[in-house]
Design a protein around this ligand. Structure first.
Ligand code: SAH
Length: 230
């Protein structure tokens, strides 16, 4: 099976590239795509750069040009739920865009006409992840992930996102990747390890925990790849 694995930042895919070992590279649309075989699958791996626009470009290319049959996102996020501590893993049940606002026309926050506020991640991939978590003996939290083009480092903004979208974690790419995959009909999965808690200390925590949390997420994603049916 052709599986796409993407992150937003180099640090999020480095642990994946280190594990797969050898790969070929192809430059396209401002990204480097790394191709290899792993666990009996063909992988295409890339980091998009930060935010909704860059991540949408990369996800589109992976679906359209590389023919990805499933897309797995691995990275870090700010935790909202009090249950989520730094290093914990959260998989998205559904994702939304917290910075979409055409409420002046009576629409709810996060809604774009002909779209929906929430996009649900693939149920089979979530079930597989739940099994992998049990086998690895790690806790895997499932919840709503809210995406926007903002690094959230404020308790106020975080509280607004929580109450408006019932979100459990927030980041800057999942919602756009979900939108792309949904439109291309490609089953997708978004996994994040918590790097900060999106409050006043978020910047410092992010810098401290980016690498360790990115690795926790990457390790889990590769375990899922090994377990995916052919
Ligand atoms: N330090 C980086 C910027 C990081 S932006 C630089 O200077 O280049 C934060 C990245 O991690 C995004 O890709 C986002 O998806 C995720 N993320 C982690 N914590 C976040 C938070 N509190 N708010 C928004 N995104 C967060």
């Amino acid at each position: 099976m052709k599986i796409a694995i993407m992150g937003a930042m180099r640090e999020e895919i480095d642990p994946i590239l280190e594990t797969v070992g050898t790969y070929t590279t192809l430059e396209h649309a401002g990204n480097i795509f790394y191709e290899c075989t792993y666990g009996g699958h063909e992988l295409v791996i890339a980091y998009s750069k930060i935010g909704k626009v860059f991540s949408a470009i990369t996800a589109s290319v992976m679906c359209e040009r590389f023919g990805a049959e499933k897309l797995l996102f691995s990275g870090v996020a700010g935790g909202i739920s009090k249950e989520l501590k730094i290093g914990d893993l959260v998989m998205a049940s559904s994702l939304c865009q917290h910075d979409v606002d055409i409420t002046a026309f009576g629409h709810p926050y996060g809604f774009i006409p002909e779209g929906s506020v929430m996009i649900e991640a693939d149920q089979e991939l979530r079930s597989l992840a739940a099994e992998v978590a049990v086998d690895m003996g790690v806790d895997l939290y499932e919840g709503i992930i809210a995406t926007g083009d903002q690094f959230v480092a404020s308790s106020e903004r975080k509280g607004w996102i929580e109450s408006t979208f019932q979100a459990d974690a927030l980041e800057m790419e999942g919602g756009s990747v979900a939108c792309v995959c949904h439109n291309f009909g490609v089953p997708f999965f978004v996994l994040r390890s918590i790097s900060d808690t999106a409050d006043g200390d978020a910047g410092i925590d992010f810098d401290t925990f980016l690498q360790s949390s990115a690795k926790i997420s990457a390790t889990f994603i590769l375990e899922m790849v090994k377990r995916l049916g052919h």
